[in-house]
Design a protein around this ligand. Structure first.
Ligand SMILES: Cc1ncc(CO)c(N)n1
Length: 200
């Protein structure tokens, strides 16, 4: 059975392109243009709705009570703290909701909806893993946080001990049940395309 580490290694080029994307550099520097941040967050609001549904599918399909509670707790965080960031960020940027999905978003929604509809926990957990692991990776740079909350909180939501533990859990789960290689590859591609799309 292939491991999550092997899959990440197999997709290093695309993975690193996403983690080292111009958007991430500018986010850390606090220099992301408001129009770029607005386009990105408007698309990510669409992403997050499907992501919440996918977390719900993980809650529903996982084969054991312990992991079910871990997924359920994270679902609560995304529906709480993260949604609160979105409400404040989108209001400040004057983003009218909902946006029309761009191609990368449509691709991601299709991947997440297919995983959810499959009811196949290994596929579901693989898509969750890529989304969260890749975000932990770019958010874990050893650098000073930007001063503006709009940028700093987006980093804070994806780093730190609790978020690292969540990603560690997803890796263990994927390796326990066997990650889906095709879903992994597609998700990494879409992450890179998603950052590209913020620049129009
Ligand atoms: C596109 C994208 N990927 C991953 C995350 C983190 O789950 C996010 N918020 N948006």
């Amino acid at each position: 059975m292939i491991s999550s580490n092997d899959l990440r290694a197999a997709h290093t080029a695309t993975w690193d392109a996403a983690v080292g994307h111009r958007f991430v550099d500018e986010l850390w520097a606090g220099t992301v243009d408001d129009a770029v941040m607005a386009r990105y967050l408007a698309q990510d609001a669409l992403f997050l709705d499907a992501f919440v549904a996918l977390l719900g599918a993980a809650v529903a399909t996982v084969d054991a009570p312990g992991p079910r509670l871990v997924h359920a707790r994270q679902l609560g965080l995304v529906a709480g703290d993260e949604d609160d960031y979105f409400a404040r960020a989108l209001a400040r940027l004057g983003v009218p909701e909902p946006a029309e999905p761009l191609a990368a978003t449509t691709g991601f929604l299709a991947l997440m909806d297919a995983a959810r509809a499959s009811g196949d926990y290994p596929t579901i957990v693989t898509v969750l893993l890529v989304a969260e692991w890749l975000y932990l990776d770019w958010a874990s740079r050893d650098a000073d946080a930007p001063s503006d909350w709009l940028h700093a909180e987006w980093i804070e939501l994806h780093r730190g001990p609790a978020f690292s533990a969540w990603v560690g859990f997803l890796r263990d789960e994927a390796d326990r049940v066997g990650p889906d290689g095709a879903a992994f590859a597609r998700a990494v591609e879409l992450e890179a395309a998603f950052f590209d799309a913020a620049y129009g």
